[in-house]
Design a protein around this ligand. Structure first.
Ligand code: 5AD
Ligand code: SF4
Length: 444
């Protein structure tokens, strides 16, 4: 093993897939002698793993680059140097333009080219030569990334699918992550075994359209195979599209105890007119019937969703339809966003763009309803005994922090040796974001 001589700082924006990709970048850079640091000013290589989904996310990257540039200049003044790399979806979408807007950037690398990082870094160090690697060859990426993992905790992300063919009219993902592509079952199982051997008890399978997983047996088949891996007691997956929620997967929720009762199933809007303009391939009614079917298979399932307010053409009645769908479903968790106009997407050119104040007001009303539902869901757990996977020590001494099957954070007093164990906890109190409880009995 080489001795780490260089320091690497990675800042991750956006979705869980970026978190996963950042870990894999650290994995491929390790053999080059790069070890992680918490401080960007101290780093030889700074990677910003970026998000392009909404305008705000993209703008954050440029303002961060301003700070990082100042650090680079300070290091140079002190006789050192720093390489700045922009990775992720802004890299894919904007390519070389990033370097025009911020010349301190040395390297731009899209999501499908992380396996080329060592070579690109080496080249940058040598000659500041070729600086761009942004194309769509997901198969190469995964062929070249090792299946051996170095997890740091008892839960881990595992990418099984990338990209999207759905082309919702508001969304940049089909352009930044490319078409739907699934990893072969065998490499996923190998990665999962490596994780389990290192103490991981829970995996979250990732994909922009994870339930469109097209490897043998689909996502349901994959979940069944993963459930046979010794030590892997919890399986989650995100994000799902309603159109790909097939019966096999619904059945798996009824039959597989390892498949956790939490489902992130974005609906985006409750108005059929807006759903059509969004090119969502479902309407409010078909979504509601789907939720009904899922609940018939797994009655306690916690539903989660994404919502966009202020999509072009959204009138008050359309927004009211969203509120009414939310009331009908009853969400345990949710993410809501103001529509953000993304250049190059069809919706950006649609008439009827909604005023910012209207979006603000609708977002506040939707959030108030969703918060209420989340609180009610959390309160409904009080008095129950839930199996909690303890992940780490809590903020206070003697406290542990873990997750319920429904993905709620649970705090509880207990010894550190319970980290990595699934333990029954009596839930005593609920807040908006977490539950508090007590150990039913202290296991040996
Ligand atoms: N504006 C606002 N929200 C968006 N999302 C995707 N694109 C946009 C956009 N242009 C939201 C959707 C998606 C989530 C990841 O981000 O709700 O499900
Ligand atoms: Fe974007 Fe729609 Fe694909 Fe989700 S399904 S990634 S919202 S295009």
């Amino acid at each position: 093993m080489s001795v780490p001589t260089k320091r690497l700082f990675i800042k991750t924006y956006g979705c869980q897939m970026n978190v996963y990709d950042s870990e894999r970048m650290a994995d491929v850079l390790g053999p080059l002698g790069y070890a992680m640091t918490e401080r960007p000013d101290d780093a030889d290589l700074v990677v910003l793993n970026t998000c392009h989904i909404r305008e705000k996310a993209t703008e954050k990257v440029y303002s961060e680059l301003g700070y990082i540039k100042a650090m680079k200049l300070a290091r140079r003044a002190a006789g050192g140097d720093m390489v700045i790399a922009v990775a992720g979806c802004v890299a894919q979408a904007e390519g070389e333009q990033i370097m025009l807007r911020q010349p301190a950037v040395d390297l731009v690398v899209g999501p499908q080219a992380y396996h080329q990082l060592p070579e690109l870094i080496a080249r940058t160090h040598r000659a500041r030569g070729e600086r761009l690697a942004a194309d769509f060859a997901a198969d190469e990426k995964f062929d070249a990334l090792p299946t051996e993992r170095h997890p740091t905790g008892v839960t881990a992300f595992l990418t099984v699918q990338e990209g999207c063919d759905k082309f919702c009219t508001f969304c940049v993902v089909p352009y930044t992550r490319g078409g739907e592509w699934s990893r072969p079952v065998e490499t996923i199982l190998a990665e999962a075994r490596s994780l389990a051997e290192q103490g991981v008890r829970e995996v979250t399978l990732l994909g922009q359209n994870v339930n469109a997983y097209a490897g043998e047996g689909g996502l349901a088949g994959l979940a069944r195979k993963l459930a046979r891996i010794e030590g892997l007691d919890r399986i989650r997956y995100t994000t799902s599209h309603p159109a790909d929620m097939d019966q096999a997967l619904i059945d798996a929720h009824a039959e597989l105890p390892q498949l956790m009762p939490y489902l992130h199933l974005p609906v985006q809007s409750g108005s059929d007119k807006i759903l059509k303009a969004m090119n969502r391939a479902h309407n409010a009614e078909s979504y509601l019937r789907l939720v009904e079917k899922i609940r018939a298979a797994r009655p306690d399932i916690a539903m989660s969703g994404d919502f966009i307010v202020g999509f072009p053409g959204e009138r008050d009645v359309d927004f009211e339809a969203t509120l009414s769908l939310v009331r009908e479903v009853g969400y345990a968790a949710a993410f809501s966003f103001k529509y953000s106009r993304r250049p190059g997407t069809p919706a950006a050119a649609m008439p009827g763009q909604v005023a910012e104040e209207v979006k603000d007001e609708r977002l506040a009303r939707l959030n108030a309803l969703l918060d209420e539902q989340q609180k009610a869901f959390n309160l409904s757990q009080v008095g129950k005994v839930l199996p909690v996977l303890f992940e780490r020590s809590g903020r206070h001494p003697g406290q542990l922090s873990g997750r319920s099957p429904y993905l709620q954070a649970v705090h509880c007093d207990g010894p550190d040796r319970l980290i990595g164990k699934i333990v029954p906890v009596r839930i005593e109190a609920a807040a908006k974001m977490s539950l508090a409880g007590a150990l039913e009995q202290v296991p040996a």
